[in-house]
Design a protein around this ligand. Structure first.
Ligand code: PRT
Ligand code: ZN
Length: 213
């Protein structure tokens, strides 16, 4: 039987360009863009699915995809049963707590019984539990940084990279709770034939990464 590995990539977003570029540098050709949701490589036994990043861990857990590239923050937050195969070294960012710029920060205990807005309730909840802080976590799916200025929360917990979004919303970063980068995830069980293809792919990825360092 001729196996083909299915790889889930983010359709369009902060992971996409680097993911597409990586496969190109690995010499694996496939078409993307133009609204395509699926593409078969012309020179490697791989099929690519283009999805929203949040859906990737679930597709991999269910075995619909054999591999996926996703932010570690999303992989942990979705808590799907997938294994981390490799760190990709791009889309680096951090998940941080931020408060209004004019306020003083005396430490995480300051958030005891306060309201915190986030799209990452699990990661935040685990962190606060570890610190012994009980807070009200308000889960919102986007524009988290606006929450303090509209009176929804005293603090936010969101992804930061350059820090300019926090700055332009009058917030300051006070505590990093998680550091993230893109990771290659895979299903917990895989056939020997597919594992051989994954090993071949991984060999090329490592060679591309080594050439850059
Ligand atoms: O449509 P889809 O659901 O697929 O995409 P998405 O909008 O949910 O995700 P996307 O493309 O924004 O991010 C994908 C992944 O990239 C994230 O899960 C992170 O792992 C990683 N990443 C790296 C980032 C950032 N940098 C980043 N800066 N994800 C989000 N941001 C946002 C952040 O939420 C905030 O609004 O950018 C803003 C902060 O950026 P700075 O530079 O102003 O600090
Ligand atoms: Zn998303």
């Amino acid at each position: 039987m001729n196996s083909v590995i299915r790889i889930a990539l983010q359709k369009s977003g902060r992971l996409s360009e680097d993911s597409y570029q990586l496969f190109k540098e690995c010499g694996i050709r496939f078409d993307y863009g133009t609204g395509k949701l699926k593409s078969v490589s012309s020179n490697f036994p791989a099929e690519f699915l283009f999805l929203r990043d949040d859906d990737i861990p679930g597709y991999v857990e269910d075995g619909v995809a054999d591999l996926g590239i996703v932010g570690e923050n999303v992989a942990v937050e979705t808590a799907r049963n997938v294994r981390t195969i490799h760190k990709m070294g791009f889309s680096k960012c951090r998940l941080s707590i931020a408060i209004p710029r004019g306020e003083t920060w005396s430490g995480i205990q300051q958030l005891q019984h306060k309201n915190i807005a986030t799209s990452y309730p699990r990661l935040l909840g685990n962190y606060l539990a570890g610190e012994g802080v009980q807070a009200n976590i308000h889960e919102i799916s986007g524009s988290v940084e606006i929450a303090p200025s509209i009176g929804l929360a005293e603090a936010v917990c969101d992804i930061v990279s350059s820090g300019s979004t926090l700055l332009s919303n009058g917030l300051k970063e006070v505590e990093v709770i998680f550091r993230s980068e893109a990771i290659l995830v895979g299903a917990q069980t895989i056939s020997d034939e597919k594992q051989a293809l994954i090993d071949k792919l991984l060999f090329r990825i490592k060679a591309v990464q080594a050439a850059k360092n």
